[in-house]
Design a binder for this molecule. Structure first.
Ligand code: PEP
Ligand code: MN
Length: 340
């Protein structure tokens, strides 16, 4: 970090800042200009509170040099992280399609969906057993029974399963059934949950919060990585803006921005971003075009009867069409469709 002193700061003020830098265990490097003096603080500034210096007399401002996240950063690891989920590779030049219903509703609905998305080329089955719903009166998911249905669908189709975990006390149970644990947008900054999923071995799909910056998302990934789990997949799922014709606003730029800042794979969820079935295929194709590492899409055999998010779910036939349309785009941008 760089500490810029105010023009006219006194030698006494400068001395006090230098003493504080040393007291924090860092080495100061003073550079005197014609008008101002700047102090380079040598050491890992992430362990420092910039605010401590900002309040000292004579200090004009404090400029961080390093990114606040470390293990998640491209500076730490140049090569793309490839997360392995059974036979499926996520990241590193592949494009992984995860698809399935918003919520697990019944064995028949889940199995039909799993068979259809597999046949169309999806590599992972999605489906929520624990559903974070805005209203407490909405369908909350089948819980443990839903997890068992997902396990059966995996046995029947061979597709690995991604499903959401909402509570710390459920992490063990969900991890026993799922191949990837999803931390949903509403729980992105549930630090106890991040800690718990970071201390187990299954890969984690971390979704961006509704009002979160990319930096906040990467800091949440840092929680998981720093607890010992290196297998984190990020997901842009739309952020809340003033726009009302879509459920959220898909921040497509998140994919290239995250790929520049981080080595972690990043998926795009066009379903929760759009909230409207008709807009899902164009946004999914855009995800491929901007070089995302994959998509996670809601598909329901009978969207009109869905207990959750039917309005944004594709029918299996629509999903077939999307998969056919996405393949030439993958070819054009040099991504390989992940196989299960
Ligand atoms: C989901 O994927 O089922 C979900 C609830 O998404 P989000 O957390 O992005 O709203
Ligand atoms: Mn949903």
């Amino acid at each position: 970090m760089i500490i810029v002193m105010r023009p006219g700061a006194t030698p006494k003020e400068l001395g006090a800042v230098l003493r504080q830098v040393e007291a924090e265990g860092f080495r100061p490097h003073v550079s005197r200009g014609e008008e101002t003096t700047v102090i380079g603080v040598i050491g890992d500034e992430r362990k420092l509170q910039g605010a401590v210096f900002e309040t000292l007399p004579g200090v004009e401002r404090v400029i961080p040099v390093l990114k606040p996240f470390k293990l998640a950063s491209r500076d730490f690891r140049k090569k793309d992280t490839v997360v392995r989920v059974g036979p499926v590779r996520v990241g590193g030049g592949t494009f992984t399609v995860m698809a399935g219903p918003c919520a697990v509703e019944s064995p028949a609905q889940t199995l039909e969906c799993a068979r259809r998305v597999r046949r169309a080329g999806a590599a992972v089955l999605r489906g929520g057993a624990y559903k974070p719903r805005t209203s407490p009166y909405s369908f909350q998911g089948l819980g443990k029974k839903g997890l068992e249905i997902l396990s059966r669908a995996r046995r029947a189709t061979g597709l690995p399963v991604v499903t959401e975990v909402m509570a710390v006390e459920d992490v063990g149970l969900v991890a026993a059934h799922a191949d990837i644990l999803q931390v949903g947008a509403r729980n992105m900054q549930n630090f106890n949950l991040l800690d718990a999923v970071g201390r187990q071995e299954k890969p984690v799909l971390l979704k961006r919060g509704l009002s979160s910056t990319i930096e906040e998302l990467l800091l949440c990934a840092e929680y998981i990585l720093s607890r010992g789990n290196p297998n984190v997949i990020l997901c842009e799922r739309g952020i809340r803006t003033f726009e009302r014709y879509t459920r959220n606003t898909l921040d497509l730029s998140a994919a290239p921005v995250i790929k520049k800042l981080s080595h972690l794979p990043v998926l795009i969820d066009p379903s929760h971003a759009a909230g409207v079935r008709e807009y899902v295929p164009p946004l999914a194709k855009a995800a491929a075009a901007v070089g995302a590492d994959g998509i996670i899409v809601e598909v329901h055999p009978h969207p009109e009867k869905a207990l959750c998010d039917g309005q944004e779910s594709l029918t299996p036939d629509e999903f077939d069409r999307l998969m056919a349309e996405i393949k030439p785009i993958l070819k054009a941008v040099g991504l390989e469709l992940s196989k299960c």
